[in-house]
Design a protein around this ligand. Structure first.
Ligand code: ADP
Ligand code: GN1
Ligand code: MG
Length: 352
């Protein structure tokens, strides 16, 4: 079996005796592996459909983890790549699939939603620190693992093309959502325009700062390690701030069907902003701080547009559990955008 062969190709400590599907990521295939001596590992099949050059992606991760591990207070504060027996960072199986292994970060917690407000504060400190630790890292040395990842106008271009092609005949059932997105197209370009005009500095950013991409120390419940580094690339600070808000400052999960349960939670937004700015605010420009709220709104809108695009294209990108999953996800994001629009002045002022 390819998975078995993959495990055996890595320099792990002992013989793998247990392996189970693990976590709730939408992109890679993740497994938890336990060896006979008790050592645990994370084994992942990298999504090759999305990441065209896993080799370059691993180069990014190795250099970023090397940098972060020197600065982190805890030895569990950075991902540790386990190499293959012949010294590579990936195993390529007979089907051309790429596998990698990390040390399992022990005594840690991964949260799918905020349980206590302090968890959200801590996640903000974790992502803020991550950005701070990388502030002296040369962004130009990183490969762009997914081109135009948070280029919102480019995301819109792909969305409009999907609507026009309507390959699965689904557009007629989502007219309201299409209209919602198109109505906001111009406003959604604000950050990309500022980036193009050099009004905001390019930083090393994580770009996928969901709550379940930071691990907490199980004992102290403090942020321990930022994970899922596949999209670490040059980007804007407000992308990282915004993506955390879209996933965490809400009363429901990303795929809640009942929209009456989905509300933007202003107090969580404020808590996150406090944690994030306490960790990296000193290093940010005035313009960067001022655009954090735009980041929250635009990242939420962009993510909704991405879910809708994937729905129209027949669900080839995000892992789905049922045929309407991407549509349900799109609707929660658009509901949050509407809520943010209603509370916009408050949201802007809180950061200022
Ligand atoms: P995806 O890109 O699919 O989201 P992730 O790298 O985020 O993949 O991994 C999925 C989940 O696996 C995470 O949310 C987390 O629960 C768990 N995980 C990943 N890496 C580790 C690790 N080194 N130690 C412990 N748990 C991990
Ligand atoms: C994906 O990999 P994961 O599940 O942490 C996606 C993010 C989306 C998110 C939506 C590489 O994140 O961009 O915001 O799903 N990652 C990639 O939940 O596309
Ligand atoms: Mg993840």
């Amino acid at each position: 079996m390819e998975m078995q062969k993959a495990i055996e190709s890595f320099s792990i400590d002992g013989k793998a005796v247990f392996c189970e599907r693990y976590g709730n990521g939408h992109i890679n295939e993740t497994y938890r592996v336990i060896c006979d001596g008790g050592r645990e590992y994370i084994l992942q099949k990298i999504n090759k459909h999305i990441f065209k050059r896993p080799d370059l992606l691993m180069e990014n991760i190795a250099s970023v983890c090397g940098h972060v591990s020197k600065k982190a207070a805890d030895p569990r504060g950075a991902l540790t790549i386990v190499n293959t027996k012949d010294g590579g960072s990936c195993h390529v199986d007979d089907n051309g699939e790429y596998w990698r292994v990390y040390d399992f970060i022990t005594d840690s917690l991964c949260l799918e939603s905020v349980e206590f407000e302090s968890d959200f504060y801590e996640s903000a400190v974790g992502f803020g620190n991550f950005q701070n630790m990388l502030s002296d890292f040369d962004a130009k040395t990183l490969h762009e693992t997914i081109e135009n990842f948070h280029n919102t106008p480019d995301r819109y271009k792909k969305f409009v093309a999907a609507v026009e092609k309507d390959a699965f005949g689904r557009a007629k059932d989502v007219k309201e959502e299409i209209e919602f997105a198109l109505k906001r197209e111009k406003d959604a370009a604000v950050l990309q325009n500022m980036l193009d005009n050099k009004a905001l500095p390019l930083r090393v950013t994580h770009n996928d700062t969901k709550l379940n991409n930071v691990l907490f120390d199980a004992k102290t419940r403090k942020a321990l390690c930022v994970i899922d580094l596949d999209t670490v690339m040059p980007g804007l600070t407000c992308y990282d701030f915004g993506d955390s808000i879209r996933f965490g400052a809400t009363s429901a999960k990303e795929d809640e069907e009942d929209l009456s349960k989905v509300n933007f939670v202003f107090s969580l937004y404020k808590t996150y902003a406090e944690g994030f700015l306490s960790a990296c605010g000193g290093a940010l420009t005035k313009e960067e701080i001022e655009t954090l709220p735009e980041g929250a709104k635009i990242m939420t809108l962009e993510c909704g547009v991405r879910f809708l695009t994937d729905y129209l294209e027949g669900d080839t990108y995000f892992r789905i559990k049922h045929p309407r999953h991407n549509l349900v996800r799109c609707r929660t994001q658009f509901k949050l955008v509407s809520d943010m629009e209603i509370q916009w002045d408050k949201i802007k002022n809180a950061v200022n």
